[in-house]
Design a protein around this ligand. Structure first.
Ligand code: GLS
Length: 794
C-alpha cells in the first residue's frame, strides 16, 4: 500500500497520527513512548487546524474586517491538545485510536506540559478570550511573551512552599510555528535628537523580537486565530573576536542579556516588581506587537486615518500601557502626523481593561527609570500630561506625580474605552481610582463582566456532566451557553436529579483516587469544599483555615455529633516574596497534618492541599467540587473567574458580595448561594472602628479559641504573624467577618444533609450560569469597545 506524503495529512485521523509518528518524529510505533504518541497526535491535529486557520486569514483580508489585537503579558493557556481535539470534534476518534493500542488516551493527553504563561485569573481570562474570539469568528491576534520559564513549580517541604523553575519548553512544543522571518528590532536607552523639525530616537542598545505563532481553533473548527508570542534574541549572536581572544564568557554576554527579557514570567500579578527588567519586558512585547500590527495594516491600507476603523488594540491591564506613547511616537516621529492627530488616532485604536483596585498593584515607574530606558516615550508622556492639564485646568489627576509615571491614568487617557471586569468593580473604579478621570471623561468607563469558555470548563473538563446535559437538551449549549436554562425544569425531575448526583459522585471518586495517590486518603462521600486561587490576604485563605480549625475543635468536643463529613481542599501558589502568604500556606499544611491524623475526627474532617495548583489541576478539582469558597474581603476581588467555573459545574458558592459573586448570586438566586460578610461599604466603615478585630474576637469564643490554638503551637510554631495580624490591624477583616462566615458555613452543612434538595440547587446553579460564558463577554467587547464584526469563512 502506498502511504500518503506527509505534507498531505490523511483524511483518516489514525493514519495521520501514524504518519506523523513515522515521518514527523522518526519513530516506529513499536518503540514509541507516551510522549512520542502525544507529539504525533498533536501534530496530526495541528495539521487539521492549518486549513481553517489560513481560510480565516484569507477571509479577513478579503472582507477587510476589523482586526482585534489583544495585548497581554500573560496567557495562561495550560494544555492545548484537548482543547483542539474537542473543538474539532475528534475526541471519540482519539480515544478509539489509543484504546485499540491498549493505551490510555487520557494519560497521553495529560503528558502535555501545562503552559503556565500567567499567574492567575488575568492570564487565564486572556486564554478564554482567545478561544471565544475564535469560536465567534472575531478576527484577532493575541500578543504576548514566549517565556522560557512560566510560573514556578510549587512543592512543599515540611509545609513550606518551595519554588523550582518551570521548563515547559524542555520538550518539543508541538503547537507553535517559529517565524524566523518575522523579527523586529526593539531599542532601549540612547538619546533623542531634533533633526529638521523632526524628533528622532536613537536607542543605545537593541534586541530582536522573533515571532512564534500558535493557532487557536474555535468551536467546531470554523475559525482560527493566532496567538503570537515574542522571544528575545541578541542582534549579534556571538562576539567572535572575544571568543578568539579566549573570553568565552564575554563572547556570549550579549546573548545572555537579550535572552533574559523573555526568560521568566514575573511570579506576581499584584505588585510591580523587578522594575527595570519588567519595564523592558513590557516595552519589548508591546513595541514588537505594534510594529507587527502596523506592518499588517500597511499591507492593506495606505491611509493612517483608517487605523481606528480597522484596528482595535486591547490592553490587558496596564502592562502594555506603553502602547499609547509608542503608537504616538511612531505616528508622529516616524510617519509625520501632527502630535494631536497621532494622539487622536492612537486613542481611537486603544482600549484598556483594569483588573484590580489594589493600590500596590497599580503600576508606577520612576521618571528616572522611564527616561533612562525610554527617553522619547518619557517626553511624549510629559507632553500628554501637559495637554491633559491644558484641557482640564481644574483637574488634580497627573500622569506624572511625585516623580513617578502612573500607568493607570496614562492608559486611561490614551484609551477611548476603559473597562472594569464585573459590575461592582466597574462602579468602584468610577468611585475610587478613576473618580476624577471619570468626571472628566464621562462614559469612557464601561463594564464587561468576565466569562469563561464552556468548551474547556465544561465540555472537556467535565465529560460526565456534559454528556448528561447533551442527552437532556441537545448539544447547542456548547456554542450558546444560555441554552442551559432549559435544564431548569429538570431540577424537579427525579430521574435527572439522580443522574446529576451520580455524575458528581463519579467526579468526586476520580478526584479522591487522584488525591489518594498524592497522599491524602479521602472519602468520596464527604462534602468536597474547595478554595483554589492565588494565596493572598485579600482572598482570605486564612479565614477559611481558621474556620476549619474551629470546626475541628467542635468536632473533637463532640465526635458523636451530627456532623457533615467534609473534605477541605486548598490549592494555590504564593508570590515568592510574599512572606505572609507563605505563612498561610504553611499553616494550612500544618493544620492538615494535625487534623488528618486525629483519630477522633479523621472520619469527619480532612484537609488536602495538593501542590503546584495550575490549569490542569483546576480541571480536575472543579468538576468534583460541591462547595466553592469565594470569600474575599468585599471590594477587593475585581471579578474572579474561578467562581463562575464552579457554579457552572454545579458547586454551590459560599461567598461575600465581591466581584462577580454579586452577579452570580443575582442569577442563580439568593436561595442557591450562601452569602455572608460585610459589603464593600461596610468594610470601609468597619476599618474606622478602633479595635475592630479585638472586638470581634471578644464576641466570638470560637474564633478566640481557634486563634489560641495557633498561638499555643497546636500546629507547630512560627504563626505569630498571622495571629497578631488578624487580632490587630486586620486590614482584610478576617476577624470581623468570621462569625457570619461560621453561620453561613453551618447553613451550608444543613443544606447538604438533604441530598435531593442540594442537588436541585446545584442543577439550578448550572442552568443559570450560561451568562458567564466568555462568548457573551467577547460579544460585549465587540459591540461596546472594539466595534468589530464577526466573520465566517464562506
Ligand atoms: C485579576 C483579579 O484579581 C481577578 O479578580 C479577575 O478575575 C482577573 C481577571 O479580570 O484579574 N487582576 C489581577 O491582577 N489578577 C487577577 O487575577
Amino acid at each position: 500500500m502506498q502511504e500518503a506524503p506527509v505534507h498531505l495529512p490523511s483524511e483518516n485521523l489514525s493514519d495521520a497520527i501514524l504518519q506523523q509518528l513515522k515521518y514527523g518524529l522518526g519513530k516506529d510505533a513499536a518503540h514509541a513512548t507516551r510522549t512520542d504518541w502525544r507529539l504525533a497526535l498533536s501534530l496530526a491535529i495541528r495539521d487539521r487546524i492549518v486549513d481553517p486557520w489560513f481560510a480565516s486569514t484569507r477571509t479577513t483580508y478579503a472582507k477587510q474586517g476589523k482586526r482585534v489585537y489583544y495585548l497581554s503579558m500573560e496567557f495562561l493557556i495550560g494544555r492545548l491538545l484537548e482543547d483542539a481535539a474537542v473543538n474539532l470534534g475528534l475526541m471519540d476518534e482519539v480515544t478509539a485510536f489509543f484504546d485499540e493500542r491498549g493505551l490510555d488516551a487520557k494519560a497521553v493527553i495529560a503528558d502535555e506540559p501545562d503552559a503556565a504563561l500567567g499567574n492567575g485569573g488575568l492570564g487565564r481570562l486572556a486564554a478564554c478570550f482567545l478561544e471565544s474570539m475564535s469560536s465567534l469568528g472575531c478576527p484577532a491576534h493575541g500578543y504576548g511573551i514566549r517565556y522560557e520559564h512560566g510560573l514556578f513549580r510549587q512543592s512543599f517541604d515540611d509545609g513550606r512552599q518551595v519554588e523550582a523553575p518551570e521548563d515547559w519548553l524542555s520538550e518539543p512544543h508541538a503547537w507553535e510555528f517559529e517565524r524566523a522571518e518575522v523579527e523586529y528590532r526593539i531599542g532601549f536607552g540612547g538619546h533623542v535628537a531634533e533633526e529638521n523639525g523632526q524628533t528622532r530616537w536613537y536607542p543605545g542598545e537593541a534586541v530582536l523580537a522573533r515571532a512564534y505563532d500558535t493557532p487557536v481553533i474555535g468551536w467546531k473548527g470554523a475559525w482560527a486565530n493566532t496567538l503570537r508570542l515574542w522571544s528575545a534574541r541578541p542582534e549579534q549572536i556571538f562576539d567572535l573576536s572575544r571568543f578568539n581572544a579566549g573570553d568565552y564568557y564575554g563572547a556570549a554576554h550579549q546573548e545572555a542579556l537579550a535572552r533574559t527579557i523573555s526568560r521568566v514570567l514575573y511570579p506576581d500579578d499584584t505588585t510591580d516588581e523587578g522594575k527595570r527588567l519588567r519595564l523592558k519586558q513590557e516595552y519589548f512585547f508591546t513595541a514588537a506587537s505594534l510594529h507587527d500590527i502596523l506592518r499588517r495594516f500597511d499591507s492593506e491600507y495606505d491611509d493612517l486615518s483608517l487605523l481606528p476603523e480597522k484596528v482595535a488594540i486591547q490592553l490587558n491591564d496596564t502592562h502594555p500601557a506603553i502602547a499609547g506613547p509608542e503608537l504616538i511616537r511612531i505616528l508622529h516621529d516616524e510617519r509625520g502626523l501632527s502630535f494631536e492627530q497621532a494622539v487622536e488616532i492612537a486613542r481611537g485604536c486603544l482600549a484598556y481593561t483594569n483588573h484590580t483596585l489594589l493600590p500596590e498593584a497599580l503600576e508606577r515607574w520612576s521618571v528616572g527609570l522611564m527616561a533612562h530606558l525610554l527617553p522619547r516615550h518619557m517626553q511624549i508622556i510629559e507632553r500628554m500630561d501637559a495637554l491633559h492639564a491644558e484641557a482640564h485646568p481644574d483637574r488634580h489627576v497627573r500622569l506624572i506625580d511625585h516623580g513617578d509615571v502612573h500607568m493607570g491614568p496614562l492608559a486611561f487617557t490614551t484609551a477611548h474605552r476603559v473597562n472594569g471586569v464585573s459590575a461592582l468593580h466597574s462602579e468602584l473604579m468610577k468611585d475610587t481610582v478613576f473618580a476624577e478621570l471619570n468626571r472628566l471623561h464621562p462614559g469612557r468607563i464601561v463594564n464587561q463582566t468576565n466569562g469563561v469558555t464552556p468548551r474547556r470548563w465544561m465540555l472537556s473538563a467535565n465529560p460526565r456532566l456534559s454528556a448528561l446535559i447533551t442527552e437532556a437538551i441537545g448539544d447547542g449549549w456548547v456554542g450558546d451557553l444560555e441554552q442551559l436554562q432549559q435544564l431548569e425544569p429538570l431540577a424537579e425531575d427525579a430521574g435527572f436529579v439522580e443522574a446529576f448526583a451520580k455524575a458528581k459522585r463519579a467526579n468526586k471518586a476520580d478526584l479522591a483516587a487522584y488525591l489518594g495517590k498524592e497522599g491524602t486518603g479521602v472519602d468520596p462521600d464527604a462534602m468536597f469544599d474547595v478554595q483554589i486561587k492565588r494565596i493572598h490576604e485579600y482572598k482570605r485563605q486564612h479565614l477559611n483555615i481558621l474556620q476549619t480549625i474551629a470546626l475541628w475543635q467542635e468536632m473533637k468536643d463532640d465526635p458523636k455529633g451530627d456532623w457533615v463529613p467534609t473534605l477541605k481542599i486548598f490549592g494555590g501558589k504564593a508570590a515568592p516574596g510574599y512572606f505572609f502568604a507563605k505563612d498561610i500556606i504553611r499553616l494550612i499544611n500544618k493544620v492538615a497534618e494535625v487534623v488528618n491524623r486525629d483519630p477522633d475526627t479523621r472520619h469527619l474532617l480532612r484537609v488536602a492541599y495538593p501542590a503546584n495548583y495550575n490549569v490542569s489541576l483546576a480541571e480536575r478539582l472543579i468538576p468534583a467540587a460541591e462547595v466553592s469558597q469565594q470569600i474575599s474581603t468585599a471590594g477587593k476581588e475585581a471579578s474572579g473567574t474561578g467562581n463562575m467555573k464552579f457554579a457552572l459545574n454545579g458547586a454551590l458558592t459560599i461567598g461575600t458580595l465581591d466581584g462577580a459573586n454579586v452577579e452570580i448570586r443575582e442569577l442563580v438566586g439568593a436561595e442557591n448561594f450562601f452569602l455572608f460578610g460585610m459589603t464593600a461599604e461596610e468594610v470601609v466603615a468597619r476599618r474606622q472602628v478602633e479595635g475592630h478585630a479585638w472586638q470581634a474576637i471578644s464576641a466570638d469564643p470560637r474564633l478566640a479559641r481557634a486563634l489560641e490554638a495557633i498561638r499555643h503551637g497546636t500546629f507547630g510554631h512560627g504563626f505569630g504573624g498571622i495571629v497578631d495580624n488578624v487580632s490587630g490591624p486586620d486590614y482584610f477583616l478576617v476577624s470581623s467577618d468570621f462569625t457570619d462566615y461560621w453561620r453561613a458555613s453551618r447553613e451550608l452543612d444543613a443544606a447538604y444533609r438533604d441530598p435531593k434538595a442540594w442537588t436541585r440547587k446545584a442543577i439550578l446553579n448550572v442552568a443559570r450560569s450560561g451568562w458567564f460564558s466568555s462568548d457573551r463577554t467577547i460579544r460585549g467587547y465587540m459591540a461596546d469597545i472594539w466595534d468589530a464584526k464577526a466573520l465566517s469563512v464562506d
